[in-house]
Design a protein around this ligand. Sequence first.
Ligand SMILES: NC(=O)c1ccc[n+]([C@@H]2O[C@H](COP(=O)([O-])OP(=O)(O)OC[C@H]3O[C@@H](n4cnc5c(N)ncnc54)[C@H](O)[C@@H]3O)[C@@H](O)[C@H]2O)c1
Length: 447
Amino acid sequence: MTDLKKKIFDRREFIKLSAAAGTGILLSPYIKTSGQESSVTNDINIALLGTGAQGQVLLSAILKIPNIKFKAVCDIWTDYNQLRAHRLLQKYGHELNAYVDYKEMLAKEKDLDAVIVATPDFWHAQHAVDCMEAGLHVYCEKEMSNTLEGARRIVRAAKRTGRLVQIGHQRRSNPYYLHSYNNIINNSDILGRITTVNGQWNRSVQPDNGWPKGKEIPLRILQRYGFENMNQFRNWRWYKNLGGGPIVDLGSHQIDIYNWFLNSSPKSVMASGGTDYYDKATHEWYDTVLATYKYDTPQGTVRAFYQTITTNSNQGYFESFMGDQGSLVISESAGRAGIYKEPNAPSWDKWIEKGVLESPSEPAPTKTTALLDVRETVAPPKHSLPITFNDPYHQPHLENFFNAIRGKEKLNCPVEVGYESAVTVLKVNEAVKAQREIAFNPSDFAI
Ligand SMILES: NC(=O)c1ccc[n+]([C@@H]2O[C@H](COP(=O)([O-])OP(=O)(O)OC[C@H]3O[C@@H](n4cnc5c(N)ncnc54)[C@H](O)[C@@H]3O)[C@@H](O)[C@H]2O)c1
């Protein structure tokens, strides 16, 4: 056995075996007592690669999960993001090292099981592949890459190395979404035949990201890691070689749900978009995109619209699945989820009794105009979902990743699923450029 394979076997089998040894173990928190390591045997050792905005969101969620030990953080912004994460983790009792370069981290940290990758999109492929080659499992933030070639490299490396890769589409582990998929979408008695999907992520005008004075990264370091200057480093999402613009950054979350809930990938997409508002020199990617997909599902054609605009936040972000008997509106934004019955659809009482839906918020209002005897369209009452979920949004997805490493669960967003979403989303930018409907070939989704 090579050293690498031996290391993989030792840590991975050890974690799986110890996890199987007792179900109570999972619930025990990682408690460090006077110089002693926790005696809990199914600890997972991780590094956080990229400690920016999202890295810190993930870090906070992971701190709530028992038995996860941070061994390292890595970030090129040493005296700001890296320092902040390092100090916070030390405060919580983690004994860890800090690195600028991930290759040095991979060479020196011999006890890692997994790496959480939260660097800008254009780095994901290189980071994920090198971590897997070093024998580590990877939680890779979405979008798994800003290019299809990058996304393919991740899938190929996962197959080659046998490592687990969870793509950070965290809605796939969110209890609202899981309940909706398992009990509403997969129950044709409730929504009827889904014909249309509508979704959006709208944001107000935002200034470019700045940085604290005196905390600039030296230019030679920035350029070594692919950034031209501080402004580009802080606003990488808008640049063609670094990110994918709002449709990829925001749309990937929700268009991933289209594929999931329709149990299908689209046949074609048409899209309109452009940099209509911001300065094109610093906003290379489109600030406004309106896209329509066509899906052929076993129930028939579904047209799925998605828009992302960055100049007005009206209605925020949600996805809506519309059938001939009802609509499901769902969002990561807590409390937004609800189901609305079409006026002529059969009663939903049995689903309320079974606990799939809650009773309507108020009696259905109906109004008839005597002269024409035509029912006016009125908003139907909302049925809420019987779900309470107050944890950080990313926690269940991270827990699913760690439990998959322990051999106790299957990944909710494995690399093949993330790849299908990447293909679906990246095609929108192509369609905007082509100014016509673009067909997906089945081979687009194959690797
Ligand atoms: N799942 C979600 O809800 C969600 C939300 C926001 C962002 N994200 C994703 O998280 C990732 C990070 O986004 P962000 O908003 O935190 O960006 P950010 O710019 O705030 O943070 C990126 C960090 O990576 C560091 N970095 C850049 N290149 C590096 C390299 N080569 N090696 C080490 N460190 C490097 C930067 O110094 C910075 O601290 C992106 O892929 C983004 O799409 C996901």
